[in-house]
Design a protein around this ligand. Structure first.
Ligand code: PLP
Length: 411
């Protein structure tokens, strides 16, 4: 079934910031893998909440507290539904980083013992690496890393070889924030389970762009961030299988997460509240709910097809440029385009493009081990979303040609 085509001009009208001029030039925002822009519907939902319904949640008998609680809990329901999960399995966090820290510190601290293994991959964002380093060091567990194929895909043979009787969890990214490759996470979850391990998927770069169904994937945990999917910063989620979440100890203690508190000990609230200590970021959760409603209304399949078509166009145009080198595979990818351009440093490219109103990112993208593997200290990265256009890709190509001219060609 082909997805309905996006009316990109109409969609662009939903995002007020896209009308901005940067250094006198129209903005071409190609830094979506770092953070997406926000539609007016999300901004209105957040401000509407604070204008009309704000109070602290869950404990209040008064009208505003009831409204705030309803807004917060109905956001939880739509966000859970968006990834095919159940409401009771959806914990609000500050984002992917906090979601993974939650699993590492709660499940990991309870289940990892001396000699156990955590299987990660060479393409993990620091958010899905450093939390495991910390918990593994405390437990005496070992980290192992699945390698990549020469074109930048996950090496499934290596994964099968490294999965062993001591593997307790396989934690991997759904989509690489540098290589743009979509990993076969359902296959990995199946292999992990066959080996008696759990599977955590970092969905930071997938949930905004792909139709995600955690049940179809078959993973145990799925983490994602609101700000990359049209929602506010400071909000994201962890989905986990109910029986695992029920059995896990709390991570942070405080208000909201308890059932009963004595001076010396306490009992815990039911999941998801057990993992939401303190006053939650209610306004941001409302904004994430609105973002998910917005994305669902536009249609994830339509968004994905648009991005695939635009990525194809971008790669066709960019690979025509002498000196352009793509990192990551040509196929099985989304619109995260990391590249090198001759010997012009990525930071110089980003600065030159910025002067033309084009926002790309340059750096290690929180992928330092991957950069070392690729033999570079940084890449330039253009990353696409539903509001990007062919004209913006053309501007990027012209900007790169201008950069080359400015540098007097390549050495
Ligand atoms: N994982 C991946 C693959 C990412 O791309 C990012 C952000 O760039 C993160 C995790 C961390 O997300 P956040 O900073 O929103 O917690």
């Amino acid at each position: 079934m082909t997805a309905k085509a996006l009316d990109v001009e109409r969609i662009r009208n939903d995002f007020p910031i896209l009308n901005r001029k940067i250094h006198g030039q129209p903005l071409a925002y190609l830094d979506n893998a770092a953070s997406s822009q926000k539609p007016a519907a999300v901004i209105a939902a957040v401000s509407g909440y604070f204008l009309n319904s704000h109070a602290n949640v869950h404990r209040g008998a008064h009208q505003l507290s009831v409204e705030a609680t309803d807004a917060y809990e109905s956001a939880r329901a739509v966000v859970a539904d968006f990834i095919g999960g159940r409401t009771k399995e959806l914990i609000f966090t500050r984002g992917t980083t906090e979601s993974i820290n939650l699993v590492a510190n709660s499940w990991g601290a309870a289940h990892l013992a001396e000699g156990d293994e955590v299987l990660l991959t060479l393409m993990e964002h620091h958010s899905n690496l450093v939390p495991w380093q910390l918990v593994a060091a405390r437990a005496g567990a070992r980290l192992k890393f699945v390698g990549l194929t020469p074109d930048g895909r996950l090496d499934l043979e290596d994964l099968a070889a490294k999965l062993g009787p001591r593997t307790r969890i396989v934690a991997l990214t759904h989509v690489s924030n540098t290589l743009g490759v979509v990993n076969p996470v359902a296959e990995v979850a199946r292999l992990a389970h066959e080996a008696g391990a759990l599977c955590l998927v970092d969905g930071a770069q997938a949930a905004p762009h792909l139709l995600v169904d955690v049940v179809d994937i078959g993973c145990d945990f799925y983490a994602f961030s609101g700000h990359k999917m049209c929602g506010p910063t400071g909000i994201g989620a962890l989905w986990g299988k109910k029986e695992l979440l029920d059995a896990m100890p709390p991570w942070q203690g405080g208000g909201e997460m308890i059932s009963e508190v004595q001076l010396e000990h306490s009992t815990w609230a039911a999941v998801p509240h057990k993992f939401e200590a303190g006053t939650p970021s209610v306004g941001d959760a409302v904004g994430l709910g609105a973002a998910v409603r917005y994305l669902s209304q536009v249609g994830l399949e339509a968004i994905h097809s648009h991005e695939i078509e635009l990525t194809e166009y971008a790669l066709e145009r960019l690979t025509e440029l002498e000196g352009f080198e793509l990192f990551g595979p040509r196929e099985d990818r989304v619109g995260v385009i990391s590249f090198r351009f001759g010997d012009i440093h990525a930071h110089d490219l980003a600065t030159i493009l910025d002067a033309r109103g084009i926002a790309i990112r340059a750096g290690h993208h929180c992928n330092q081990p991957l950069m070392r593997h690729l033999g570079v200290d940084a890449t330039a990265r253009a990353s696409l979303y539903l509001y990007n256009t062919r004209a913006e890709i053309d501007a990027l190509v012209e900007g790169l040609i201008a950069a080359k001219t400015l540098f007097g060609g390549f050495a």
